[in-house]
Design a protein around this ligand. Sequence first.
Ligand code: CA
Length: 248
Amino acid sequence: MGKSKRIKQQKKEQEKEQKIKEQQKKKNHTKILVLITIILLIIFALLLIIIPKNKMEENKIENNQTKEQNQEEKIVKAIIETEKGDIYLDLYQSKAPKTVNNFKDLANQDFYQNTTFHRVIEDFVIQGGDPLSKDDNPANDGTGGPGYTFENEINPESLNLPQQTIAQLKAMGYTFNYNIESIPHEPGVISMANSGPKSNGSQFFIVTTSPQPHLNGKHTVFGKVTQGMEIVRNIQQDDIIKDIRIIN
Ligand SMILES: [Ca+2]
């Protein structure tokens, strides 16, 4: 074999090698491209799944917020006009719908006109709303009502009552509503007077000076005094309720 021929063949071989190398390189590039495409597709697919989920959750939160806002807005304003002055109340329709509607209906029927605070206990409550407080017989005061009775509207869990207490109250016949949010017996709240389970009528009381946690779970708090607590604390036994007016 001649020298030039050998060189030629060497060159050829080198070129061949180079070609193979380049082909290999190309193959590798294609592989990497395919891999990147696959990764991008996976990321894209994940985004498609995650984004709507997040959006759905956002919508859910927004819906809940609107729901809560609507519930917050359900406030009925009322005034108890007494011979000592006016007591202004916010009544929470979403927290005790049946109770607020009952109070509203009775007030609008002038049911409370000229009834009295027949039960006033210092540092505890002022209680009124009995139609029998209008007659001349003081002995029957506190025993009357509108002619029907209804059950409490209380969520004992939102009042943080222990499960044992809840079970005891249930055994006594008290019923609960776990879909509402209840308020504890703090000074200034208005709550339903009753003589046990399912015995709400027209009588109510307002807590005067200190929290009364032992009433939680047994009496339905349905509103709060917004103005006139000094009137509340001034009320004496048999002071007259001139009228109860619903503002809205
Ligand atoms: Ca009476």
